[in-house]
Design a protein around this ligand. Structure first.
Ligand code: NDP
Ligand code: MG
Length: 383
Protein backbone atom coordinates (compact mmCIF):
# COMPACT_ATOMS: atom_id res chain seq x y z
CA UNK A 1 0.00 0.00 0.00
CA UNK A 2 1.64 3.25 -1.17
CA UNK A 3 0.30 6.46 0.29
CA UNK A 4 0.56 10.09 -0.71
CA UNK A 5 1.25 12.05 2.44
CA UNK A 6 1.34 15.61 3.68
CA UNK A 7 3.56 16.01 6.73
CA UNK A 8 2.69 18.83 9.11
CA UNK A 9 5.92 19.50 11.01
CA UNK A 10 8.32 17.74 8.63
CA UNK A 11 11.48 19.18 10.21
CA UNK A 12 10.76 17.79 13.70
CA UNK A 13 11.66 14.44 15.20
CA UNK A 14 8.49 12.67 13.98
CA UNK A 15 8.51 14.57 10.66
CA UNK A 16 12.08 13.52 9.83
CA UNK A 17 11.40 9.89 10.74
CA UNK A 18 8.23 9.96 8.62
CA UNK A 19 10.38 10.96 5.65
CA UNK A 20 12.74 8.06 6.40
CA UNK A 21 9.76 5.70 6.31
CA UNK A 22 8.46 7.32 3.10
CA UNK A 23 11.85 6.91 1.44
CA UNK A 24 12.30 3.31 2.58
CA UNK A 25 8.76 2.21 1.72
CA UNK A 26 8.07 4.27 -1.40
CA UNK A 27 5.29 6.54 -0.10
CA UNK A 28 4.89 9.79 -2.04
CA UNK A 29 5.18 13.20 -0.38
CA UNK A 30 2.64 15.85 -1.40
CA UNK A 31 3.30 18.62 1.13
CA UNK A 32 5.71 19.55 3.90
CA UNK A 33 5.19 22.20 6.57
CA UNK A 34 7.59 23.87 8.99
CA UNK A 35 7.52 26.76 11.39
CA UNK A 36 10.82 28.41 10.50
CA UNK A 37 13.48 25.76 9.72
CA UNK A 38 14.35 26.88 6.20
CA UNK A 39 17.57 24.99 5.56
CA UNK A 40 16.19 21.57 6.41
CA UNK A 41 12.92 22.37 4.62
CA UNK A 42 14.87 23.22 1.47
CA UNK A 43 16.87 20.00 1.71
CA UNK A 44 13.69 17.93 2.23
CA UNK A 45 11.89 19.67 -0.64
CA UNK A 46 14.78 19.05 -3.06
CA UNK A 47 14.86 15.40 -2.12
CA UNK A 48 11.13 14.60 -1.98
CA UNK A 49 9.79 17.07 -4.57
CA UNK A 50 6.48 17.90 -2.85
CA UNK A 51 3.84 20.01 -4.56
CA UNK A 52 3.74 22.44 -1.61
CA UNK A 53 6.00 23.60 1.19
CA UNK A 54 4.30 25.73 3.85
CA UNK A 55 6.12 27.80 6.47
CA UNK A 56 4.07 29.33 9.28
CA UNK A 57 6.68 32.04 9.70
CA UNK A 58 6.19 34.48 6.78
CA UNK A 59 9.87 35.47 6.69
CA UNK A 60 10.85 31.82 6.45
CA UNK A 61 8.34 31.39 3.62
CA UNK A 62 9.84 34.35 1.73
CA UNK A 63 13.31 32.86 2.15
CA UNK A 64 12.12 29.43 0.98
CA UNK A 65 10.48 30.97 -2.08
CA UNK A 66 13.90 32.21 -3.19
CA UNK A 67 15.68 28.98 -2.24
CA UNK A 68 13.19 26.78 -4.13
CA UNK A 69 12.66 29.09 -7.13
CA UNK A 70 14.37 26.60 -9.48
CA UNK A 71 12.13 23.69 -8.39
CA UNK A 72 8.49 22.90 -9.21
CA UNK A 73 7.56 23.16 -5.50
CA UNK A 74 5.21 26.00 -4.54
CA UNK A 75 5.86 27.81 -1.24
CA UNK A 76 3.11 29.28 0.94
CA UNK A 77 3.38 31.24 4.19
CA UNK A 78 1.40 31.87 7.40
CA UNK A 79 -1.14 29.93 9.47
CA UNK A 80 -3.37 29.64 6.41
CA UNK A 81 -0.62 27.76 4.57
CA UNK A 82 -0.66 25.05 7.22
CA UNK A 83 -4.39 24.57 6.56
CA UNK A 84 -3.73 24.51 2.83
CA UNK A 85 -1.20 21.71 3.30
CA UNK A 86 -3.70 19.80 5.46
CA UNK A 87 -6.32 19.70 2.70
CA UNK A 88 -4.16 19.38 -0.41
CA UNK A 89 -6.27 17.25 -2.80
CA UNK A 90 -3.37 15.04 -3.96
CA UNK A 91 -2.66 13.71 -0.47
CA UNK A 92 -4.69 10.84 0.99
CA UNK A 93 -2.96 10.94 4.39
CA UNK A 94 -1.92 13.75 6.72
CA UNK A 95 0.76 13.09 9.33
CA UNK A 96 0.17 15.56 12.16
CA UNK A 97 3.65 16.05 13.62
CA UNK A 98 3.52 19.69 14.74
CA UNK A 99 3.84 20.30 18.44
CA UNK A 100 1.11 21.79 20.62
CA UNK A 101 -2.40 23.12 20.10
CA UNK A 102 -1.15 24.60 16.79
CA UNK A 103 -2.10 21.19 15.37
CA UNK A 104 -5.78 21.43 16.22
CA UNK A 105 -7.16 23.52 13.33
CA UNK A 106 -5.15 21.74 10.61
CA UNK A 107 -6.20 18.34 11.99
CA UNK A 108 -9.86 19.34 11.82
CA UNK A 109 -9.36 20.70 8.29
CA UNK A 110 -7.77 17.40 7.20
CA UNK A 111 -10.67 15.45 8.75
CA UNK A 112 -13.16 17.65 6.90
CA UNK A 113 -11.27 16.93 3.68
CA UNK A 114 -11.67 13.17 4.35
CA UNK A 115 -7.95 12.44 4.83
CA UNK A 116 -6.55 9.61 6.90
CA UNK A 117 -4.95 11.21 9.96
CA UNK A 118 -1.71 9.64 11.15
CA UNK A 119 -1.85 11.40 14.49
CA UNK A 120 1.32 12.21 16.41
CA UNK A 121 0.17 15.61 17.71
CA UNK A 122 -1.37 14.41 20.98
CA UNK A 123 -2.13 17.94 22.23
CA UNK A 124 -4.95 18.08 19.67
CA UNK A 125 -6.76 15.17 21.32
CA UNK A 126 -5.95 16.42 24.81
CA UNK A 127 -7.48 19.85 24.11
CA UNK A 128 -10.45 18.87 21.97
CA UNK A 129 -10.52 15.10 21.71
CA UNK A 130 -14.28 14.72 22.04
CA UNK A 131 -14.91 17.29 19.31
CA UNK A 132 -12.20 15.89 17.02
CA UNK A 133 -13.32 12.26 17.37
CA UNK A 134 -16.96 13.23 16.80
CA UNK A 135 -15.97 15.15 13.66
CA UNK A 136 -13.94 12.16 12.39
CA UNK A 137 -16.90 9.82 12.94
CA UNK A 138 -19.21 12.22 11.13
CA UNK A 139 -16.85 12.56 8.15
CA UNK A 140 -15.77 8.93 8.09
CA UNK A 141 -12.09 9.89 8.49
CA UNK A 142 -9.71 7.35 10.08
CA UNK A 143 -7.54 8.58 12.93
CA UNK A 144 -4.63 6.19 13.32
CA UNK A 145 -2.28 6.84 16.25
CA UNK A 146 1.46 7.39 15.85
CA UNK A 147 2.24 7.76 19.56
CA UNK A 148 3.97 4.47 20.42
CA UNK A 149 1.68 3.57 23.36
CA UNK A 150 -1.48 4.25 21.39
CA UNK A 151 -0.16 2.43 18.36
CA UNK A 152 0.57 -0.54 20.63
CA UNK A 153 -3.00 -0.49 21.96
CA UNK A 154 -4.36 -0.04 18.43
CA UNK A 155 -2.35 -3.08 17.29
CA UNK A 156 -3.54 -5.17 20.27
CA UNK A 157 -7.15 -4.22 19.46
CA UNK A 158 -6.96 -5.48 15.86
CA UNK A 159 -9.24 -8.49 15.83
CA UNK A 160 -11.24 -7.32 18.87
CA UNK A 161 -14.78 -7.27 17.54
CA UNK A 162 -16.50 -5.90 20.63
CA UNK A 163 -14.94 -3.16 22.76
CA UNK A 164 -17.06 -4.47 25.62
CA UNK A 165 -14.54 -7.32 25.80
CA UNK A 166 -11.81 -4.88 26.91
CA UNK A 167 -11.35 -4.70 30.67
CA UNK A 168 -8.47 -2.24 30.79
CA UNK A 169 -5.86 -0.40 28.73
CA UNK A 170 -2.41 -0.42 30.34
CA UNK A 171 -0.12 2.40 29.21
CA UNK A 172 3.58 1.94 29.85
CA UNK A 173 5.84 4.83 30.91
CA UNK A 174 9.62 4.88 30.79
CA UNK A 175 9.67 7.06 33.90
CA UNK A 176 11.94 9.58 32.16
CA UNK A 177 15.38 10.80 33.23
CA UNK A 178 14.31 11.58 36.83
CA UNK A 179 12.73 8.23 37.69
CA UNK A 180 13.30 7.29 41.33
CA UNK A 181 14.30 10.81 42.39
CA UNK A 182 12.61 12.57 45.32
CA UNK A 183 11.28 16.14 45.41
CA UNK A 184 14.53 17.65 46.78
CA UNK A 185 16.54 16.28 43.89
CA UNK A 186 13.84 17.22 41.37
CA UNK A 187 13.89 20.80 42.66
CA UNK A 188 17.50 20.99 41.40
CA UNK A 189 16.70 19.29 38.05
CA UNK A 190 18.30 21.25 35.19
CA UNK A 191 17.23 21.76 31.59
CA UNK A 192 20.16 19.65 30.35
CA UNK A 193 19.31 16.74 32.67
CA UNK A 194 15.62 16.95 31.77
CA UNK A 195 16.46 16.88 28.05
CA UNK A 196 18.45 13.65 28.42
CA UNK A 197 15.78 10.97 27.93
CA UNK A 198 17.01 7.44 28.69
CA UNK A 199 15.37 5.62 25.74
CA UNK A 200 13.89 7.98 23.13
CA UNK A 201 15.27 10.86 21.08
CA UNK A 202 12.40 13.36 20.60
CA UNK A 203 11.62 17.06 20.28
CA UNK A 204 12.36 19.32 23.27
CA UNK A 205 8.77 19.85 24.44
CA UNK A 206 7.79 16.19 24.65
CA UNK A 207 11.14 15.35 26.26
CA UNK A 208 10.41 17.78 29.10
CA UNK A 209 6.87 16.36 29.32
CA UNK A 210 8.45 12.92 29.72
CA UNK A 211 10.65 14.20 32.55
CA UNK A 212 7.66 15.65 34.47
CA UNK A 213 5.44 12.64 33.55
CA UNK A 214 2.97 15.14 32.06
CA UNK A 215 3.52 13.21 28.84
CA UNK A 216 1.93 10.15 30.46
CA UNK A 217 -0.96 12.29 31.68
CA UNK A 218 -1.49 13.66 28.17
CA UNK A 219 -1.32 10.11 26.82
CA UNK A 220 -3.90 8.95 29.35
CA UNK A 221 -6.32 11.59 28.02
CA UNK A 222 -5.31 10.76 24.42
CA UNK A 223 -6.18 7.08 25.07
CA UNK A 224 -9.56 8.00 26.59
CA UNK A 225 -10.46 9.96 23.47
CA UNK A 226 -9.07 7.55 20.86
CA UNK A 227 -10.65 4.46 22.38
CA UNK A 228 -13.72 6.02 24.08
CA UNK A 229 -12.63 4.53 27.40
CA UNK A 230 -13.58 5.90 30.83
CA UNK A 231 -10.62 6.85 33.07
CA UNK A 232 -11.23 3.96 35.46
CA UNK A 233 -10.47 1.52 32.62
CA UNK A 234 -7.00 2.95 31.94
CA UNK A 235 -3.90 2.50 34.07
CA UNK A 236 -0.27 3.57 33.87
CA UNK A 237 2.68 1.37 34.77
CA UNK A 238 6.34 2.37 34.75
CA UNK A 239 8.38 0.09 32.49
CA UNK A 240 11.92 1.46 32.36
CA UNK A 241 13.08 -0.56 29.36
CA UNK A 242 10.52 0.83 26.83
CA UNK A 243 10.22 -2.55 25.11
CA UNK A 244 6.56 -3.23 25.86
CA UNK A 245 4.89 -0.19 24.32
CA UNK A 246 1.49 -0.80 26.00
CA UNK A 247 -1.02 -3.56 26.73
CA UNK A 248 -4.71 -4.43 26.58
CA UNK A 249 -6.36 -6.61 29.21
CA UNK A 250 -9.53 -8.41 28.12
CA UNK A 251 -12.48 -9.52 30.27
CA UNK A 252 -11.32 -13.14 30.29
CA UNK A 253 -8.00 -12.06 31.81
CA UNK A 254 -5.90 -12.34 28.63
CA UNK A 255 -3.35 -9.54 28.31
CA UNK A 256 -1.99 -8.66 24.86
CA UNK A 257 1.12 -6.53 24.51
CA UNK A 258 3.06 -5.03 21.62
CA UNK A 259 6.84 -5.21 21.91
CA UNK A 260 9.54 -3.53 19.87
CA UNK A 261 12.69 -1.46 19.99
CA UNK A 262 12.36 2.22 20.88
CA UNK A 263 12.03 3.22 17.23
CA UNK A 264 9.18 5.55 16.21
CA UNK A 265 9.50 4.55 12.57
CA UNK A 266 7.45 1.41 13.26
CA UNK A 267 4.33 3.15 14.66
CA UNK A 268 4.67 5.87 12.00
CA UNK A 269 4.77 3.23 9.28
CA UNK A 270 1.84 1.27 10.71
CA UNK A 271 -0.27 4.46 10.81
CA UNK A 272 0.38 4.77 7.05
CA UNK A 273 -0.10 1.14 6.03
CA UNK A 274 -2.85 -0.03 8.46
CA UNK A 275 -4.62 -2.42 8.12
CA UNK A 276 -1.71 -3.83 6.12
CA UNK A 277 1.84 -4.46 7.30
CA UNK A 278 4.88 -4.01 5.08
CA UNK A 279 8.64 -4.44 5.54
CA UNK A 280 10.25 -1.23 6.76
CA UNK A 281 13.32 0.45 8.23
CA UNK A 282 12.60 0.01 11.97
CA UNK A 283 15.28 -1.74 14.03
CA UNK A 284 14.08 -5.30 14.85
CA UNK A 285 13.81 -6.50 18.43
CA UNK A 286 16.28 -9.16 19.55
CA UNK A 287 14.74 -10.83 22.61
CA UNK A 288 18.04 -12.45 23.58
CA UNK A 289 19.63 -9.02 23.91
CA UNK A 290 16.74 -7.50 25.89
CA UNK A 291 17.37 -6.49 29.48
CA UNK A 292 14.99 -8.03 32.05
CA UNK A 293 11.58 -6.36 31.79
CA UNK A 294 10.58 -4.51 34.96
CA UNK A 295 7.36 -2.85 36.12
CA UNK A 296 6.65 -0.32 38.87
CA UNK A 297 3.88 2.01 39.98
CA UNK A 298 4.35 5.71 39.14
CA UNK A 299 5.06 8.10 42.04
CA UNK A 300 2.39 10.84 41.91
CA UNK A 301 3.97 12.76 44.79
CA UNK A 302 7.30 13.25 43.08
CA UNK A 303 5.57 13.80 39.73
CA UNK A 304 2.42 15.86 40.40
CA UNK A 305 1.84 16.57 36.68
CA UNK A 306 0.53 13.03 36.23
CA UNK A 307 -1.97 13.49 39.09
CA UNK A 308 -3.08 16.87 37.69
CA UNK A 309 -3.70 15.32 34.28
CA UNK A 310 -5.69 12.42 35.75
CA UNK A 311 -7.82 14.90 37.68
CA UNK A 312 -8.60 16.77 34.44
CA UNK A 313 -9.23 13.48 32.64
CA UNK A 314 -11.96 12.71 35.20
CA UNK A 315 -13.40 16.23 35.09
CA UNK A 316 -13.45 16.48 31.28
CA UNK A 317 -14.85 19.48 29.36
CA UNK A 318 -12.33 22.25 28.76
CA UNK A 319 -10.24 21.33 31.84
CA UNK A 320 -7.88 19.30 29.65
CA UNK A 321 -7.36 22.33 27.37
CA UNK A 322 -6.50 24.44 30.44
CA UNK A 323 -4.06 21.74 31.55
CA UNK A 324 -2.45 21.63 28.12
CA UNK A 325 -2.25 25.41 27.60
CA UNK A 326 -0.71 25.98 31.02
CA UNK A 327 1.73 23.13 30.45
CA UNK A 328 2.81 24.42 27.01
CA UNK A 329 3.44 27.86 28.56
CA UNK A 330 5.27 26.46 31.60
CA UNK A 331 7.48 24.12 29.52
CA UNK A 332 8.41 27.02 27.20
CA UNK A 333 9.45 29.04 30.29
CA UNK A 334 11.51 26.11 31.57
CA UNK A 335 13.22 25.63 28.19
CA UNK A 336 14.11 29.34 28.24
CA UNK A 337 15.61 29.02 31.75
CA UNK A 338 12.92 31.30 33.20
CA UNK A 339 11.59 28.81 35.77
CA UNK A 340 12.81 25.73 37.65
CA UNK A 341 11.72 22.14 37.06
CA UNK A 342 9.17 21.98 39.90
CA UNK A 343 7.68 25.31 38.78
CA UNK A 344 6.12 23.42 35.88
CA UNK A 345 3.58 21.52 38.05
CA UNK A 346 3.19 24.60 40.27
CA UNK A 347 2.24 26.82 37.31
CA UNK A 348 -0.08 24.20 35.82
CA UNK A 349 -1.85 23.68 39.17
CA UNK A 350 -2.11 27.46 39.60
CA UNK A 351 -3.71 27.89 36.18
CA UNK A 352 -6.16 25.05 36.88
CA UNK A 353 -7.16 26.82 40.12
CA UNK A 354 -7.67 30.18 38.44
CA UNK A 355 -9.40 29.26 35.20
CA UNK A 356 -12.86 27.79 35.38
CA UNK A 357 -13.49 24.81 33.10
CA UNK A 358 -16.64 24.43 31.03
CA UNK A 359 -18.12 20.98 31.19
CA UNK A 360 -21.24 19.61 29.52
CA UNK A 361 -21.95 21.48 26.33
CA UNK A 362 -18.84 23.17 24.91
CA UNK A 363 -17.42 23.90 21.47
CA UNK A 364 -14.18 24.67 19.69
CA UNK A 365 -14.19 28.36 20.63
CA UNK A 366 -14.48 27.38 24.31
CA UNK A 367 -11.39 25.19 23.85
CA UNK A 368 -9.37 28.06 22.35
CA UNK A 369 -10.64 30.40 25.08
CA UNK A 370 -9.56 27.90 27.77
CA UNK A 371 -6.12 27.72 26.14
CA UNK A 372 -5.79 31.53 26.06
CA UNK A 373 -6.97 31.89 29.67
CA UNK A 374 -4.56 29.18 30.88
CA UNK A 375 -1.59 30.89 29.19
CA UNK A 376 -2.66 34.25 30.68
CA UNK A 377 -2.93 32.66 34.13
CA UNK A 378 0.64 31.32 33.83
CA UNK A 379 1.86 34.82 32.86
CA UNK A 380 0.04 36.29 35.89
CA UNK A 381 1.58 33.69 38.20
CA UNK A 382 5.03 34.71 36.94
CA UNK A 383 4.60 38.35 38.10
P1 NDP B 1 9.62 18.69 17.28
O1 NDP B 1 9.74 19.86 18.18
O2 NDP B 1 10.81 17.86 17.01
O3 NDP B 1 9.03 19.17 15.85
C1 NDP B 1 7.94 20.00 15.74
C2 NDP B 1 7.64 20.30 14.28
O4 NDP B 1 6.51 21.19 14.20
C3 NDP B 1 8.75 21.01 13.53
O5 NDP B 1 8.68 20.69 12.17
C4 NDP B 1 8.42 22.49 13.74
O6 NDP B 1 8.95 23.33 12.71
C5 NDP B 1 6.91 22.46 13.68
N1 NDP B 1 6.26 23.46 14.53
C6 NDP B 1 6.63 23.83 15.78
N2 NDP B 1 5.77 24.76 16.27
C7 NDP B 1 4.86 24.99 15.30
C8 NDP B 1 3.74 25.87 15.18
N3 NDP B 1 3.39 26.69 16.18
N4 NDP B 1 3.03 25.84 14.05
C9 NDP B 1 3.37 25.02 13.04
N5 NDP B 1 4.43 24.18 13.07
C10 NDP B 1 5.16 24.17 14.20
O7 NDP B 1 8.43 17.79 17.87
P2 NDP B 1 8.28 16.19 17.84
O8 NDP B 1 8.46 15.68 16.45
O9 NDP B 1 9.05 15.60 18.94
O10 NDP B 1 6.74 16.04 18.25
C11 NDP B 1 5.68 16.36 17.38
C12 NDP B 1 4.37 15.87 18.01
O11 NDP B 1 4.40 14.46 18.08
C13 NDP B 1 4.14 16.37 19.42
O12 NDP B 1 2.77 16.60 19.62
C14 NDP B 1 4.60 15.20 20.29
O13 NDP B 1 3.93 15.14 21.53
C15 NDP B 1 4.21 14.02 19.41
N6 NDP B 1 5.00 12.81 19.64
C16 NDP B 1 6.35 12.82 19.41
C17 NDP B 1 7.13 11.70 19.62
C18 NDP B 1 8.60 11.69 19.31
O14 NDP B 1 9.23 10.64 19.36
N7 NDP B 1 9.22 12.81 18.97
C19 NDP B 1 6.52 10.46 20.14
C20 NDP B 1 5.09 10.53 20.30
C21 NDP B 1 4.38 11.67 20.07
P3 NDP B 1 10.40 24.05 12.85
O15 NDP B 1 11.43 22.97 12.71
O16 NDP B 1 10.42 25.00 11.71
O17 NDP B 1 10.41 24.72 14.19
MG1 MG C 1 4.27 8.15 23.71
Amino acid sequence: MKRTISILGSTGSIGRQTLEVAEACGHRVAALTVKGSVELAEEQARKFRPELVAAVDERAAADLRVRLADTPTRVAGGEQALLEAAVLPRADTVVTAVVGIAGLRPTLAAIDAGKRIALANKETLVCAGELVMARAREKGADIVPVDSEHSAIFQCLQGCRDRGEVRRLIITASGGPFFGKGREELAQGTREQALRHPNWSMGAKITIDSATLMNKGLEFIEAMRLYAMPPEKISVVVHRESIIHSLVEFVDGAVLAQLGTADMRLPIQYALTWPERTAGPATPLDLLRCPPLTFAAPDPEAFPCLALALECARKGGTSTAILNGANEAAVALFLNDKVKFLDIPRLVAGALDRVEARTGDYGLEDVFEADRAARAAVSDLMR
